[in-house]
Design a protein around this ligand. Structure first.
Ligand SMILES: Cc1cc2nc3c(=O)[nH]c(=O)nc-3n(C[C@H](O)[C@H](O)[C@H](O)COP(=O)(O)O)c2cc1C
Length: 370
């Protein structure tokens, strides 16, 4: 049966369909629980959340589902260099944005640079360990082997994100249970942590079989998968599950801003670009005025998470007025296939579409293995 895979067995889920963690608000406890309740794996994107809000969200998810779910964090880059002159020039540039109210400019001025958001990773991880969640995943790097051992000793399954074969092998050696192969079609930030970004822009159909051939752990395909045909194709390439982000972004339970959902539902295949203008780290999203305006800036962009902190007041200002031109509209290359539906219906439709694509029903009696 197509839904009996190494990942469904390992994570005790019915279908090899993972709703991608999406930090910044889309992955509400309601979305996570709805996907898990349908037999998929819901994932909370907790990268930007405080330890207390992560704990509260985990408890809310547990109220809404007794099925497996996951929580995802960002691995901070310890080697970030804050170059004062680069930051100063960027602040000056951002404040020159026409129509930007003065108080938003003052907010940008008052951002403390010493206190980078990545500093909280250790405290976030404490909550994950303490709450003994079923599945933990991460992106932008790799935790220490001790941290991975500690997670696994509490019965937590650990999943890393790779954008190349070398990263997948690195994660396997570090001890993860499974690896996400993130193709360049993917919406949101690139997970690349070894080597240069441009050379790690490998399409999902190319990346998945190459990683499958080089690692012993299960591989989860991610990037541009929007329907059952994409899921069937990835399982054929050797993946043991898929991780879909954009497909759930416009769902009813998603916490994405209504203007963001509308932009997704009206988008076309040619509209996404990879940009570091919002956050200082390459990410794929729908082109808008902010991205085009930033392309005219010829100075260096401060690295993540500095640039992300600097543009936050602008994004919040735009969100307050429902203006999609200055919000980060992260989306994969399949955004035009977004569905205006509940997460429950999306999962059900996906299952039917896989069955149609491969001509076989799922094993609905698949036993849960724990
Ligand atoms: C809005 C958005 C936010 C994302 N945030 C995260 C995140 O917090 N952690 C993570 O590991 N991946 C994140 N991703 C990447 C997804 O895990 C996944 O690789 C991607 O959504 C797959 O491509 P797709 O959007 O075409 O399905 C994000 C993607 C999007 C679209």
């Amino acid at each position: 049966m197509w839904n009996d895979t190494a990942v469904t067995r390992m994570l005790s889920v019915r279908y090899p369909i993972i709703q991608a963690p999406m930090a910044g608000g889309p992955t509400t406890p309601e979305l996570v629980a709805a996907v898990s309740n349908e037999g998929g794996l819901g994932f909370l994107g907790a990268g930007y959340m405080s330890p207390d809000s992560i704990r509260a969200a985990i408890r809310r998810i547990r109220q809404l589902t007794d099925q497996t779910f996951g929580v995802n964090l960002f691995i901070p880059d310890q080697n970030i260099q804050v170059e004062r002159e680069v930051v100063k020039a960027m602040i000056h540039h951002l404040k020159s944005l026409e129509a930007l109210p003065e108080e938003v400019g003052r907010e940008i001025d008052s951002i403390p640079m010493e206190n980078a958001p990545g500093d909280t990773f250790a405290q976030q991880l404490e909550v994950i360990l303490d709450e003994q969640i079923p599945v933990f995943s991460f992106t932008f790097g790799c935790p220490t082997q001790e941290q991975i051992k500690e997670l696994k000793s509490r019965g937590i399954r650990v999943i890393g994100t790779a954008t190349s074969v070398v990263e997948a092998v690195y994660l396997q050696e570090a001890g993860v249970d499974a690896v996400v192969a993130q193709g360049c079609e993917a919406g949101g930030h690139r997970g690349t942590f070894l080597g240069a970004h441009p050379s790690s822009l490998i399409g999902t159909i190319t990346l998945v079989p190459q990683i499958v051939d080089r690692v012993r752990i299960p591989v989860i395909a991610s990037g541009g998968i929007m329907d059952g045909r994409g899921i069937a194709a990835c399982l054929t390439l050797g993946a043991s599950a898929v991780q879909m982000g954009t497909a759930f972004l416009a769902s009813r339970e998603s916490g994405a801003h209504p203007a963001y959902k509308k932009a997704l539902l009206h988008s076309r295949d040619t509209e996404t670009v990879i940009t570091d203008s919002f956050s200082g780290k390459p990410a794929r999203g729908l082109r808008n005025t902010f991205i085009s305006w930033m392309e005219q800036y010829d100075g260096p962009i401060p690295p993540y998470p500095i640039q992300n902190a600097l543009t936050r007041p602008i994004r919040n200002w735009a969100a307050r007025q429902a203006d999609p031109e200055f919000i980060s509209l992260w989306a994969g290359q399949g955004s035009a296939q977004s569905r205006d539906a509940s997460a429950r219906d999306i999962v059900r439709q996906l299952i039917q579409e896989v069955e149609r694509a491969i001509g076989k029903p799922a094993d609905r009696d698949t036993l849960f293995y724990i």
